[in-house]
Ligand binder design. Sequence first.
Ligand code: 2P0
Length: 325
Amino acid sequence: MKATAKAHTNIALIKYWGKRDESLILPMNNSLSVTLDGFYTETTVEFQTELEQDSFILDGKVVTGKEYDRVTAFLDRIRKYAGKPDLYANVESTNHVPTAAGFASSASGFAALAASAVKALGLKISKEQLSILTRQGSGSACRSVFGGFVEWEKGSLEDGSDSYAVQVAPAEHWDIRVAAVVLSSKEKKVLSREGMKRTVETSPFYSSWVESIPHDLDNIKQGIRTKDFKKVGEIAEANCLKMHATTLAANPPFTYWHDTTMAVMRKVQDLRDKGIPAYFTIDAGPNVKVLYQPENEETIQTTLQEIPGVNDVIVSRTGQGVSYI
Ligand code: 2P0
């Protein structure tokens, strides 16, 4: 009753922003991401009949409080699914993801946890079903079940059984790169859960955001299929700006951007003016991810490193989905 799984994080090019069901984690809109090989979580789950509760060790430290509660609540769902409600587990995770704001370690974390727990329990389930289970830990995590380019279909059923990720193209289809630009600024103030809830409830821009998604998705998928970097980059950057615009119109208004966030955005636009195709995207935090093609790696890395306030630039390729170790 023991298994170890590895899952990579992902970066959304079409963002998941807003839930229609907070308990089952059902999104308002479809989203599309690239799985990144640079950041991952490895998790070992061991179920033991003699345990009276779960334990969770992250990067060698015992976890308690809210983070622990989120893991046990998620294991409760898996236990229930397996028909073994009283079987507890020791969970040990190692995050190879910078903990700085804006990096979704929850995506790789819940994908690795779901995959290892399911295997430890001996459940034989499809990737689709694994994605459905993973989604209930963290929405964006359901995309990390798959590698390459991945779409999360929002579904329409109330029980969430048609809300899961599907692979649009495997990692081998297209070698595009993502530079994660780590800023020296501190933790974000508005958590993504709270931020998306406030936006759905109060932002007058929110309905336009939802309405614009099908068009963005059709176009970006066409761009991925034909490996049209300019098209994919332009859609991803515009989609990110649209998502962040919804937060500015929320009540109370908020933004995830810091001064350096904007400096990086301007630098990316400068690079384009100089003929180097590069596009940015930003999640619910101040860090920026820059999309570029392999031939420009050196220029991109040096240019981004030189921006004052930038701590680190970590390069990723398109990565694989969950695997067992
Ligand atoms: C995304 N983000 O598509 C979007 C873009 C942030 C901005 O998914 O509440 O940690 O666990 O479902 O998945 C961050 O939200 O939120 C996120 P929950 P999650 O990647």
